[in-house]
Design a protein around this ligand. Structure first.
Ligand code: SF4
Length: 172
């Protein structure tokens, strides 16, 4: 077993202390760097960096980044949800590592949505109903998988459908 355990650190967003939800770091007992190209291949990470190595992907509606000795997860409901996701990730990491001779490792990032394309679907009123200061900030977060069409209340249904289809092209 590559990853034997972790310790959770739960905290609120420093940038948006009024925002609902919590963030979590899982500090890992073991270095999982060698497993990350296999996790990138099996879970379809949309950002893979080589130095320092990390993989980022969206799962369960959360943005998840696995570093060599830390996992970061945003926008969690509570600690029990954090525990559920981290224990699942521990199983995925160990499974990918144990099956590595059957998996082709991936060292590339998947294509990402274009910020300017996302912006085209937004009302561009900077109304802040999404808890972000501007539509541009919303677009940047949507490109990273943190926001989606359901997080912009004033967006009309037609544009919601179009944005949802566009984002779905990128594993979201
Ligand atoms: S809710 Fe929509 S229109 Fe308002 S700032 Fe956010 S992205 Fe822009």
């Amino acid at each position: 077993m590559l990853l034997k355990g972790y310790t959770k650190e739960i905290f609120k967003s420093k940038c948006h202390p009024q925002a609902q939800g919590i963030h979590c770091y899982a500090h890992l007992t073991d270095d999982v760097s060698r497993a990350l190209p296999y996790i990138n291949a099996t879970l379809g990470g949309f950002t893979f960096t080589k130095n320092p190595v990390s993989v980022t992907f969206k799962m369960y509606g959360k943005l998840i980044t696995i570093h060599s000795k830390k996992i970061a997860i945003n926008a969690l409901k509570d600690e029990s949800e954090a525990e559920k996701i981290i224990s699942w990730l521990q199983r995925e990491i160990n499974h990918a590592w144990s099956k590595r001779d059957k998996i082709t490792p991936c060292y590339e990032s998947a294509a990402q949505p274009k910020i300017i394309e996302i912006l085209k679907f937004l009302p561009k009123s900077n109304c802040k109903q999404c808890n972000e200061p501007t539509c541009m900030v919303f677009s940047v977060l949507a490109a990273k998988g943190v926001k989606d069409q359901n997080d912009c209340p004033p967006m009309d249904e037609e544009n919601k459908t179009k944005l949802g289809k566009y984002l779905s092209l990128f594993h979201f």
